[in-house]
Write a protein of this length. Structure first.
Length: 148
C-alpha cells in the first residue's frame, strides 16, 4: 500500500503558514481601517498569502526527499528558506512598486524609510523564528504523520 509520504510532508509544511498568514492579514486590514492609514498594506500581503504556504509545503517535501542524503535537521532546513523568500519577495515588491531600494534605506509605500541595518536584524530574527517553527511545529507534524 502506498502511504503517500510526500503528500503528508506537503501538508505538514503548509500547516503553520496557513494558520498564521490569515491572522496577519486580519491584523493589517483592521489596523488600516481603524487607524485610517492611507497606506495599502494588504498589497504587500498578496505575495505571502499566495505563495508562502505552497513554498513551505514544497520545502517540506524537499526535506523529506533530501534527508536520507543530507541528514539535515528539519529546523536547520527550515531556517534556509528565508534565504530564498527574501530575494523573491524583494523582487516582487520592487516590481509592483511596494518598495524602493536606495543606498542606505528601503522605502515602503513611499512613506516608511527603513535602514538596511534594521532589515538585517529583522532578517536574523526571521531566521530564528523559521528555525523554531520548523523544529517544533513542522517537526512535530512530521512525527505525527510518520514521515520523520
Amino acid at each position: 500500500m502506498n502511504t503517500h509520504p510526500y503528500l503528508r510532508a506537503f501538508l505538514s509544511g503548509v500547516f503553520a503558514p496557513t494558520l498564521i498568514l490569515p491572522l496577519l492579514l486580519t491584523f493589517f486590514v483592521v489596523t488600516r481601517l481603524v487607524l485610517h492609514w492611507p497606506i495599502p498594506i494588504e498589497r504587500g500581503l498578496v505575495f505571502p498569502m499566495a505563495l508562502v504556504p505552497a513554498l513551505w509545503g514544497l520545502w517540506s517535501m524537499l526535506w523529506l526527499w533530501s534527508h536520507p542524503q543530507t541528514h539535515l535537521p528539519v529546523g536547520v532546513h527550515g531556517a534556509i528558506l528565508p534565504f530564498l523568500l527574501l530575494p523573491a519577495g524583494t523582487l516582487v515588491a520592487r516590481y509592483v512598486g511596494i518598495i524602493t531600494l536606495d543606498a542606505w534605506v528601503v522605502t515602503w509605500f513611499q512613506a516608511f524609510h527603513i535602514p538596511y541595518v534594521l532589515i538585517a536584524c529583522g532578517f536574523l530574527a526571521g531566521i530564528a523564528a523559521y528555525y523554531l517553527v520548523w523544529k517544533y511545529i513542522v517537526g512535530f507534524l512530521n512525527r505525527v504523520l510518520g514521515i520523520a
